[in-house]
Design a protein around this ligand. Structure first.
Ligand SMILES: *[C@@H]1O[C@H](CO)[C@@H](O)[C@H](O)[C@H]1NC(C)=O
Ligand SMILES: *[C@@H]1O[C@H](CO)[C@@H](O)[C@H](O)[C@H]1NC(C)=O
Ligand SMILES: *[C@@H]1O[C@H](CO)[C@@H](O)[C@H](O)[C@H]1NC(C)=O
Ligand SMILES: *[C@@H]1O[C@H](CO)[C@@H](O)[C@H](O)[C@H]1NC(C)=O
Ligand SMILES: *[C@@H]1O[C@H](CO)[C@@H](O)[C@H](O)[C@H]1NC(C)=O
Ligand SMILES: *[C@@H]1O[C@H](CO)[C@@H](O)[C@H](O)[C@H]1NC(C)=O
Ligand SMILES: *[C@@H]1O[C@H](CO)[C@@H](O)[C@H](O)[C@H]1NC(C)=O
Ligand SMILES: *[C@@H]1O[C@H](CO)[C@@H](O)[C@H](O)[C@H]1NC(C)=O
Ligand SMILES: *[C@@H]1O[C@H](CO)[C@@H](O)[C@H](O)[C@H]1NC(C)=O
Ligand SMILES: *[C@@H]1O[C@H](CO)[C@@H](O)[C@H](O)[C@H]1NC(C)=O
Ligand SMILES: *[C@@H]1O[C@H](CO)[C@@H](O)[C@H](O)[C@H]1NC(C)=O
Length: 834
């Protein structure tokens, strides 16, 4: 049986520190009152192999063996101490009253280690498994003291979304291809799916939508339904239910009906029948996720039907099975006219959905992105949360770092989520925190919760970057209990992932907690949005891509001023979508927080912030400050050498070095762009002034030629060099007119998709280093076929001895489409970053 195979392979991997075990490593525990650990056996109150209670038993045995070197049996002798795991009902049947269970809700658990036995009792089987993971987490962190606690979920819906295509690619995935699909079908080998379900269960995620919201209707083929059945089978022992995304037009494009009108009885019957087929194979399927009438996807509006009528069609089909329909609120016109000052994509979700409040069936949940646009580095909470009061809602968050660095930049996201979840929308002038709206508490809804887009891939460590896994951990824990502090969750994760060394914990905490503010600083601050290339990869800088197109992620930057005027008074009226107290706050520049100023207001570059700084000078300063913090991450991480295993140390170091270099690309690109536009110089005389740089285009070139990079601001001096043909080896030389000494030699170049150019740099005939432009194979970030802000990167050789008058020489050998591009060389004295 597959499930058993999964368990065995997991055991075999424990020793390797390759990240595959994430926070479930069960490394030997060296701290805490280990000697007080007394259980000698595990009593599982359900031994059916498909029961999460059985999985809990296996996990407890394995975890305790790994952490304490104790092999617990499954047979208890009367008088000894046991770990008893099971449901309330099973406990009562065997041992009589528990006394505490009245307070438990679905998925909740009771943990008690005060008596002779350790009791891990779930309201349901899944809850028992969650309790087992909680107990193991306590032991792993050295907490052996007695505990008695009840833990209940904040909301019933705690789902992962995986934007996996059936061909095995993943939309906005940065960690290799799909673990679920390949070649149009569900994979044969689902070992990693079982391992993933185990990880998800350990952070209390209870369902996974396995395929992309831009859904392929062939998911409904007989072969794929059988495959979905196998997926559900391997996840079921972990209490993780299957969900699927559907394509609204499937009755026509896949089912050969002549329509997909949701009010046509043929269409209704077609979905009913297909739903019956799926539930016949997956009786406990969680439900459907629908993206309709969004970004070119079909939907009910095609037939002049309302979005609610569309959603309810699916709701009817799954209702008899207890299924739910997650209906995305991400509906907007992507052909907006930028010439219209009052047009605003941020208004769309509210405009489409508000008047449908109360029209959705009881098993529909409207899934709302946290902000009104699209997972930007900072957005206000979506006003739609306060407008739907007779409709179930869920918040959609992203663990995959689509606009936040593709898991090559360290960005710990829990503080961002916390700001949104804690935000008080003041509906009816009453406390209305987003977290209480999505839980159903504020508007007394029966359903609601969280959807997190994760997009794990086949990379051994799931997300590509070991440190990015804190985001998955934090997502699950915050969906369970949004009141927990992001730093506390982070430290639990870090102890479980890297052990309890104080320096390791402090360093990872410091890096992670400053990572989102730093990223915001060197990408797009003051609410202007991330400023990445929205038309291509969503990775590197390209502020101009925001404007003058139909996508509506506008910044309205011109020579004098920038920002979206979302006021009611003179702008798009978006501020007025919020309840009155919040609307009033956002309507005026004085009461709008600086960090959202440009989200709500169009102001001159010379507008003064509350700090007294002008907008433009703040841009410059923040970009310098944020990029400087990213340089520190490298040094901080290096301080951990020897304190964590070498494999993960090196893999993280590689990413942090990339991150540091790309943060400089961002800093210079954004600063050059706004300096070019506004012509307002940086008071600190940094922007456009780079005393430590040697521009490649100004070196003596042979086999290389200058190349005007587009967008211009993604090259220092707007120009790089490329080889004159794809078979010509290029040489760039320059005499170093610097004082003799030891320098870091940093080379900014472009590492494009496919080609693997080879480079060699020497100083005074002494080889400094060689490298290959092959990041496309080593990083999962989206690649680019151009010289631009995505491909721009830096490599640094440290501690290079330079004598005055030495010649620096770079030899570049092109490969395929990659013409060994070089932007500049920085010769950096100790402590300088340029
Ligand atoms: C044991 O677990 C199986 C699978 O989850 C479940 O169907 C069954 O009802 C459980 N038995 C008891 C007595 O709880
Ligand atoms: C001990 O536990 C195992 C596994 O659950 C079971 O097969 C066996 O019958 C038990 N033996 C006794 C003596 O209870
Ligand atoms: C299935 O995949 C796992 C994990 O990738 C691998 O270890 C195992 O060998 C594969 N099994 C088969 C039968 O290919
Ligand atoms: C229901 O769907 C199955 C499989 O897709 C098909 O074979 C069957 O004819 C359908 N039944 C009806 C009544 O449409
Ligand atoms: C939808 O309504 C519009 C305006 O009421 C009408 O022009 C159009 O023909 C309708 N479309 C369909 C498919 O019924
Ligand atoms: C008001 O809107 C117009 C565009 O309709 C814009 O040009 C102008 O700058 C805005 N005025 C203020 C004070 O924001
Ligand atoms: C709610 O707050 C707004 C803005 O502060 C205020 O104008 C309004 O009178 C308040 N309404 C109630 C019912 O208190
Ligand atoms: C972000 O930039 C601001 C403004 O320059 C600065 O005060 C703050 O320290 C920076 N924080 C980080 C983490 O970069
Ligand atoms: C902006 O860029 C253009 C061409 O790319 C250049 O002509 C102009 O001088 C630049 N302006 C500033 C202030 O750098
Ligand atoms: C570097 O090597 C070249 C050829 O190998 C030689 O002509 C030149 O003198 C050397 N320069 C230095 C500074 O050693
Ligand atoms: C160089 O470019 C040509 C034309 O695009 C292409 O046919 C050829 O394969 C390339 N050569 C190499 C070595 O990549």
């Amino acid at each position: 049986m597959l499930f058993l195979r999964a368990i065995i392979s997991v055991v075999a991997l424990v020793a390797a520190e390759d990240g595959s075990q994430a926070w479930l490593r069960y490394a030997p525990v060296v701290q805490g009152e280990i000697s007080t650990f007394s259980p000698t056996s595990i009593i599982a109150l359900n031994t059916s192999e498909i029961s999460p209670v059985y999985a809990a038993r296996q996990e407890l045995q394995k975890g305790i063996r790994g952490m304490l070197g104790v092999q617990l049996g499954f047979n208890s002798t009367k008088n000894a101490s046991a770990i008893i795991v099971g449901t309330v009902e099973a406990y009562k049947a065997k041992y009589g009253d528990l006394g505490e269970q009245e307070q438990l809700v679905d998925d909740g658990f009771y943990l008690n280690s005060q008596g002779r036995n350790v009791l891990i009792i779930g309201q349901n089987e899944r809850g028992a498994l969650y309790g087992a993971f909680e107990y193991l987490s306590r032991l792993a962190q050295g907490n052996f003291g007695p505990v008695s606690s009840i833990s209940n979920p904040h909301a019933p819906i705690r789902w992962a979304n995986e934007w996996n295509n059936l061909d095995g690619t993943i939309e906005r995935g940065y960690a290799g291809p799909s673990i679920f699909f390949e070649g149009g079908f569900v994979k044969e080998n689902l070992t990693r799916v079982a391992e993933y379900a185990r990880l998800l269960a350990s952070v209390r995620i209870n369902a996974v939508v396995v395929n992309n919201v831009n859904a392929n209707p062939t998911l409904l083929s007989a072969r794929n339904i059988e495959g979905l059945g196998r997926l559900a089978d391997v996840m079921r022992p972990y209490g993780v239910q299957l969900g699927i995304a559907l394509n609204f037009a499937a009755p026509q494009t896949f089912g050969q009906l002549d329509t997909f009108d949701p009010l046509d009885p043929k269409v209704d019957a077609w979905w009913g029948n297909n739903t019956d087929q799926i539930y016949a194979r997956v009786p406990d399927m969680a439900g459907y996720l629908i993206k309709a009438n969004s970004e070119g996807q079909p939907g009910p509006l095609t037939y002049n039907r309302t979005l609610a009528e569309g959603a309810n069609m699916f709701a009817r089909a799954v209702a008899k099975y207890g299924g739910v329909v997650m209906f995305r609120a991400f509906v907007y016109d992507n052909k907006l006219n930028p010439a219209i000052w009052k047009a605003d994509r941020a208004n769309a979700a509210f405009e489409f959905f508000r008047h449908l409040d109360g029209k959705f069936d009881e098993n529909v949940v409207v899934q709302i992105k946290y902000g009104p646009i699209d997972f930007q580095v900072r957005e206000p909470a979506s006003p739609l949360f306060s407008a739907l009061r007779q409709t179930n809602t869920a918040i959609e968050l992203q663990i995959t770092q689509e606009y936040l660095g593709h898991q090559t930049h360290l960005v710990y996201l829990s503080p961002l989520w916390k700001e949104i979840l804690d935000f008080d929308l003041r509906a009816d002038n009453k406390s209305s925190q987003v977290k209480d709206i999505v839980s159903g508490k504020r508007f007394k809804r029966s359903l609601g919760g969280f959807a997190g887009v994760v997009n794990v891939g086949t990379n051994t460590n799931w997300l590509g970057h070991h440190l990015a896994m804190s985001n998955l951990y934090a997502y699950g824990m915050m969906a369970w209990d949004p009141s927990v502090d992001p730093e506390t969750i982070l430290q639990d994760w870090a102890r479980l992932t890297f052990g309890s060394d104080r320096a390791v914990l402090d360093t990872i905490t410091s890096m992670s907690m400053s990572s989102w503010p730093a990223y915001e600083n060197y990408t797009g601050n003051l609410g202007i949005q991330t400023l990445t290339d929205i038309l291509y990869t969503h990775f590197g800088p390209n502020p101009a891509s925001q404007d003058n197109n139909g996508w509506g992620q506008w910044t309205r930057a011109n020579k004098k001023s920038l920002g979206m005027d979302r006021t009611v008074r003179n702008g798009t009226g978006n501020a007025g979508q919020y309840p009155p107290e919040i609307a009033q706050m956002y309507e005026n520049t004085e009461s709008t927080p600086d960090n959202l100023l440009l989200w709500f207001h169009h102001v001159p570059y010379t507008h003064r912030l509350k700090s007294g700084e002008t907008v433009i000078q703040h841009f410059y300063d923040a970009h310098y400050a944020g990029a400087a913090v990213a340089q520190e991450f490298v040094k901080q991480w290096e301080s951990l050498k020897g304190k964590i295993d070498e494999q993960r140390y090196q893999e993280v170091l590689f990413r942090q070095e990339f991150h540091a270099g790309h943060a400089l690309v961002w800093r210079d690109s954004i600063n050059q762009f706004y300096y070019n536009l506004s012509e307002i110089p940086d008071e600190a005389k940094r922007v456009g002034i780079h005393p430590f740089r040697f521009e490649a285009e100004k070196m003596t070139l042979s086999g290389y030629r200058p190349y005007a990079v587009n967008p211009f601001h993604t090259a220092s001096g707007y120009t790089a060099v490329v080889t004159t043909s794809n078979s010509t080896v290029g040489t760039a030389t320059v005499e170093l007119t610097v004082e003799s000494g030891v320098y870091d030699v940093a080379i900014n170049y472009y590492d494009m998709d496919r080609g693997r150019s080879e480079y060699e740099v020497s100083v005074g005939n002494r080889t400094v280093g060689k490298w290959t432009g092959d990041l496309e194979r080593r990083l999962g970030r989206a690649t680019s076929v151009y010289l631009d802000g995505h491909s721009a990167t830096r490599i640094t050789f440290r501690g290079v001895e330079v004598r005055k008058g030495d010649v620096l020489k770079i030899v570049g050998k092109p490969d395929g489409i990659e013409p060994a591009p070089i932007d500049y060389v920085s010769l950096l004295p100790e402590g300088v970053v340029d």
